[in-house]
Design a protein around this ligand. Structure first.
Ligand SMILES: [Zn+2]
Length: 305
């Protein structure tokens, strides 16, 4: 493949470059996969054997990410499991980023005597400056490589060892076919043939809003339904993550239809209940790849070509 576009992220350190030892495959990355390292320092990745394309090391005092690049943007890296048979993972046009820190709730406040937000990052509660730094990368990947500013998955909390956690068969992991059809951003917890649950429930909606230049502030609508900017961005992200425009159109119709039914059924509006119902309907439609839209359209007698 061609490896279109700039292959190095500006200012990323190349001091831990693993592509010479592990040349990988040429790709055209169209999916970004996020991991958390579950550590507090730059990993060695077993001499590069398990390395991602990039490592994002938070520089907390200076409110920046120190970026390390290990492979070209469009060269396959090595942080995913790939079983024999089935689908490809590392080589499936997937650029991978390891975020240094943890998504494990047991480390949400302290970890081996260190303090979250001061000495290390608990990513589900990452500060806004850090999400903005990640958003810069997401924006660059969009502008230079066409990786969509979208995420059509649910980011589940890690909850290690607990029922409902993000490890293993977590209900949000994609099938092989869904993975092959996916464009945009997701996490290790969504990749088939893998069981890891990182990066937990990071606020990727906020990252997308920052990458898109959105304010992500609540903006109550005039009619009293508080469709927040964040929620609107989330729905848009889910829908725009779809490869297939027919699917996207049907998903949009489902969202609208559900909203309209709810509004019509009850004048005493509970905006969070409406939002949840719409989100569930869209997620179900995306998951099952089947959209039931029972809207009767009055067609004119002459079909348009
Ligand atoms: Zn991972």
């Amino acid at each position: 493949m061609a490896k279109t576009g700039p292959q190095k992220y500006p200012d990323a350190s190349l001091s831990y470059w693993w592509q010479t030892a592990y040349p990988g495959n040429a790709m055209e990355s169209n999916v970004g996969v996020l991991h958390t390292t579950e550590g507090r320092t730059l990993p060695d990745y077993r001499g590069g054997r398990d390395a991602p394309n990039f490592t994002a090391l938070p520089d907390i005092p200076n409110r920046k990410i120190k970026w390390y690049q290990h492979f070209d943007f469009d060269t396959s890296s090595r942080a995913l499991m790939n079983l024999s048979g089935g689908v490809e993972t590392n080589t499936a046009n997937a650029v991978q980023i390891e975020l240094v820190g943890t998504c494990d709730e047991r480390n949400a406040v302290t970890w081996d005597g260190k303090r979250a937000g001061v000495d290390y990052i608990f990513w589900p509660a990452a500060p806004d400056w850090l999400l903005a730094e990640l958003a810069k990368f997401v924006r660059w990947a969009h502008d230079n490589h066409g990786i969509r500013l979208a995420s059509a998955v649910t980011w589940k909390a890690y909850n290690k060892g607990q029922v409902g956690g993000s490890y293993g068969a977590n209900g949000v992991r994609l099938s092989g076919a869904q993975w092959q059809a996916y464009y945009g951003w997701l996490g290790h917890q969504h990749v088939p043939e893998n069981d890891h649950g990182d990066p937990g429930n990071i606020n990727f909606t906020r990252v997308l809003a920052l990458a898109g230049g959105g304010a992500a502030q609540p903006t109550p609508e005039e009619n009293g339904v508080a469709l927040t900017q964040e929620r609107s961005d989330s729905w848009n992200a889910m829908i725009w993550g779809l490869k297939n425009t027919t699917e996207a159109t049907l998903a949009r119709l489902t969202a609208l239809e559900t909203l309209v039914k709810l509004l019509a059924a009850d004048q005493d509006l509970d905006e969070s209940a409406i939002a949840t119902a719409v989100e569930n309907a869209v997620a179900k439609a995306l998951r099952e790849n089947t959209v039931a839209v029972d809207v009767t359209v009055q067609n004119s007698s002459t079909a348009k070509g």
